[in-house]
Design a protein around this ligand. Structure first.
Ligand SMILES: [Zn+2]
Length: 266
């Protein structure tokens, strides 16, 4: 199928193509990923997601904000003198946009074609990706991210990591960069960058770059994990439950006892 802005997130597209978010779903919990693919389960859209999408829509331009408004009417006031305005919870998102747009470097990094859909074969399967900003003339692809704080530390496998690793943006940038190279038949990759803006009362912002070694390591992880994921997706292997995620909790049936010391086991 040919991917468009309208069918990009459809179930049909997700069945035909692998994507970074689908890969991360499978890597986290196969049962949840399969339930999402069959339409049996959907994750609720949180405020965080809406703020991120709103900031992205304003930066994108070209009617993206109008689309956001029609798809997310709950974010806008429907009554009183503020009718049609962004609800106060989201008003802060305007400050985040302003913070980016008033900065010459961020503004420049966000220049280029927006929301560019690319597809390509990587490690034996078709992938889809949507680049926030594609600027081959300047040699870069850019993803726009909103974060609670840019310098907040998270714990991951016993290590202190930034929001970039915690949300696996290194994996995303590695796959996007490689897919872009394949889709456009390039010999060299474009430079992957993240333009990040924080949700603090005075928003922080940064242009974040990556090293090639990390990008290679992430691709190797994808290559190693993909065969099992594809077997599950195609129905040749039973999906495993993680017993921790929202979907597993929702469908859980207690089948035995757990020793209290095992509760914090990974
Ligand atoms: Zn699970």
């Amino acid at each position: 199928m040919k991917l468009t802005a309208d069918n990009y997130y459809s179930q049909e597209a997700n069945l035909e193509y692998m994507s970074v978010s689908q890969f991360k779903d499978f890597d986290r919990c196969e049962a949840q990923a399969m339930a999402k693919l069959s339409g049996e389960y959907a994750e609720p859209k949180g405020d965080c997601f809406l703020i991120g999408s709103y900031v992205g829509a304003v930066i994108e331009g070209n009617g993206a904000l109008e689309r956001f408004i029609s798809e997310n009417p709950q974010a806008f006031s429907s009554r009183g003198p503020t009718k049609g305005e962004l609800k106060s919870d989201y008003k802060h998102a305007d400050k985040m946009v302003e913070s980016l747009q008033s900065d010459p470097v961020c503004r420049q990094m966000l220049e280029g074609d927006k929301e560019v859909i690319i597809t390509g074969e990587l490690y034996g399967t078709l992938w889809k990706a949507k680049l926030d900003v594609h600027n081959p003339d300047e040699g870069r692809i850019v993803d726009l991210k909103t974060a609670e704080k840019l310098r907040k530390a998270y714990w991951m496998d016993g290590e202190r990591v930034s929001f970039v690793e915690n949300f696996r943006y290194t994996l995303q940038m590695a796959v996007y960069t490689e897919l872009e190279r394949i889709a456009y038949g390039r010999f060299d990759i474009l430079e992957p960058l993240i333009v990040a803006v924080s949700k603090e009362d005075v928003p922080d912002k940064a242009v974040i770059c990556f090293d090639e070694e990390t990008m290679q390591t992430e691709l190797m992880k994808v290559e190693a994990k993909l065969p099992r994921i594809l077997l599950v997706k195609e129905g040749f292997e039973e999906p495993r439950r993680c017993e921790k995620c929202r979907y597993c909790r929702q469908t859980k049936q207690v089948t035995g006892l757990i020793h209290y010391l095992d509760l914090l086991e990974a």
